[in-house]
Design a protein around this ligand. Structure first.
Ligand code: HEC
Length: 190
């Protein structure tokens, strides 16, 4: 807003009376993309290259730098999850932006996701809290170079992400996903 330079006092009054401007609003989408997904992907990339025949992390294939990177990224996801858990007002996305798959058949619109959030905001915060705790444990395991502790935590991470997505992003797919999970013991979403 160019007006701000000309009329600072007025702009200040306007900002106070309207609360935070739309562009200052922190959204679930921003946290998800930048802090959560952006930090989770490198964790999988690093650990995937260090798996042994039993799909466990082989400590011999992990360098000190890689452990340090896993710890740093785990703390990044943890911080994002803590931000989500503490958000007073859950806003999916800024007006005019798009979420993943919204234009795909069966994909959810931001309005739909917003409806799910508004219906159970405390449940959402709980799911975020579960991710936060999970990532705290992974950060500790990485700091201790503890492959035995890190393996199941990395293994289960997808499921922690997915359980929240099935409640709030695309709950319409919950029944299908769960019936496949039960039939094969497989998770079709991973
Ligand atoms: C507390 C609930 C919750 C948890 C936990 C969660 N997500 Fe999400 N995620 C959402 C919601 C709601 C959306 C839909 C809104 C959106 O797409 O931004 C979403 C969307 C996404 C998207 C699509 C972003 C886009 O471009 O629209 C990605 C990628 C994603 N999550 C990755 C992850 C990963 C990886 C994890 C686990 C490390 C995770 N999420 C954990 C709630 C969660």
């Amino acid at each position: 807003m160019k007006v701000v330079a000309l009329l600072p006092a007025l702009a200040l009054v306007a900002a106070c009376s309207q609360g935070a401007r739309e562009e200052d609003q922190l959204t679930v989408h921003d946290v998800m993309v930048e802090q959560i997904d952006g930090n989770a992907d490198p964790i999988w990339e690093i650990t995937n290259t260090a798996l042994d025949d039993t799909a466990a992390i082989d400590p011999a294939r992990m360098t000190d730098e890689q452990w340090a990177e896993v710890e740093k990224r785990a703390l990044g996801v943890k911080a994002g999850a803590a931000t989500l858990a503490a958000m007073q007002k859950l806003v999916v996305i800024k007006a005019g932006e798009k979420i993943s798959d919204q234009d795909v058949e069966g994909g959810s619109s931001p309005e739909k996701v917003q409806g799910h959030l508004d219906a159970a905001p405390d449940d959402f915060r709980q799911f975020a809290g579960v991710l936060e705790a999970h990532m705290g444990d992974l950060a500790t395991a990485a700091r201790n170079h503890d492959a035995a502790a890190a393996t199941p935590l990395v293994d289960q991470l997808d499921g922690v992400c997915e359980s929240c997505h099935l409640e709030f992003w695309y709950p319409e797919q919950k029944a299908v996903v769960e019936s496949i999970r039960q039939k094969n013991g497989d998770d079709p979403t991973t």
